[in-house]
Design a protein around this ligand. Structure first.
Ligand code: SF4
Ligand code: SF4
Length: 320
């Protein structure tokens, strides 16, 4: 039996909604099939007030073993580093997080706000939000770059806005069943099994990408969303076209560009007007090129692709 505690900081509850929609495995499967004991969760816990405080204190004192601590949302440090803008169960959430991370077997940050600070940390960041072990791409965050949980791992980052339901439950299962050795982490502490490939891996529009055939409107069934609509699929590490959403679709399959929500820079350009759903270019060359591709090679590749494009590349061939 593995005790799992889930708390929320500066959050919209999107990752909680995602978690409750998980299918492979579902939140119920965690309890019935994988020996997870959910000590408390904001949408599932029954304890309130003094009872909840007693439960949390029992964890921080070590009386109740805390195997996995899951945190959703940013760590709110405002005003002036006191954390008083986010109080919970009688004290600042910041203080609970510090003490719970110190006793937890493993710490999991779910969603962009908990991993990198997310939308709350967009400049000027009035809530002084940060992620658990990163602020954007800067290593450190709330716990510091040297933090390791009792189980010997740094914070396990499962980013996304929100994270896919099954990424969440599969990581909890791996930790609860002692398969931590299977969780290789990349340099941003994301599980490699999910975050080595790209959103573009498995995208049904790849042929249109190759032939430089562009979608110009949301929902359009032909074309690729990279050239005009700002799709970040070729430079975003995510399995969104391998592990489908609702088991059947993804943003790009539905004709919506990938926004790069699993990368620390999300939301890119801090949501400055005119930067969303638009491919920024310099002299007609996209500013953000596919991961690992240099400008010169890109120019060659796209010119050749356009030259070789067959007629059907400009037709509606049902790419959803
Ligand atoms: S729609 Fe996006 S992910 Fe799909 S092929 Fe085009 S750039 Fe890549
Ligand atoms: S397609 Fe892109 S923006 Fe959408 S969930 Fe996946 S990584 Fe995030």
């Amino acid at each position: 039996m593995a005790n799992v505690l889930w708390l929320q900081g500066g959050a919209c509850s999107g990752n909680t909604m995602s978690f409750l929609n998980a299918e492979e495995p579902s939140a119920c499967d965690l309890v019935t099939d994988f020996g997870v004991n959910i000590l408390w969760h904001p949408s599932l816990g029954v304890e309130l007030g003094n009872q909840l405080q007693a439960l949390l204190k029992s964890c921080t004192s070590g009386k109740t073993p805390l195997d996995v601590f899951v945190f959703e949302g940013s760590v709110v440090q405002a005003p002036n580093g006191t954390g008083m803008w986010n109080r919970f169960a009688g004290r600042t959430m910041m203080d609970w997080v510090r003490e719970l991370c110190a006793v937890a077997g493993f710490v999991v940050a779910i969603g962009d706000c908990a991993t990198w600070g997310g939308i709350p940390a967009v400049a000027p960041n009035p809530s002084e939000s940060t992620g658990l072990q990163f602020l954007k791409r800067n290593h450190g965050g709330f716990l510091g770059k040297d933090f390791k949980s009792k189980g010997g791992l740094p914070v396990i980052n499962v980013p996304g806005c929100p994270a896919h339901p099954d990424w969440i439950t599969q990581i909890i299962v791996a930790l609860a069943t002692g398969r931590t050795g299977d969780i290789g982490l990349d340099d941003l502490q994301r599980p490699k099994t999910f975050f080595t490939s790209f959103t573009q891996t498995g995208c049904t529009r790849n042929m249109h990408f190759a032939y430089k055939s562009s979608s110009t409107q949301f929902g359009q069934r032909k074309g690729c969303l990279f050239y005009d609509l700002g799709c970040r699929g070729p430079m975003t590490h995510s399995p969104c076209n391998r592990i489908l959403w609702n088991r059947q679709s993804s943003k790009t399959r539905a004709g919506m560009p990938c926004l790069g929500c699993t990368e620390p820079e999300f939301p890119f350009d801090d949501l400055a007007p005119g930067t969303v759903f638009k491919t920024a270019t310099v002299m007609s060359v996209p500013k953000a090129l596919p991961f690992g591709v240099k400008k010169k090679e890109y120019l060659t590749l796209s010119a050749m692709g356009k030259l070789a494009a067959p007629q059907w590349a400009e037709e509606d061939i049902f790419v959803v």
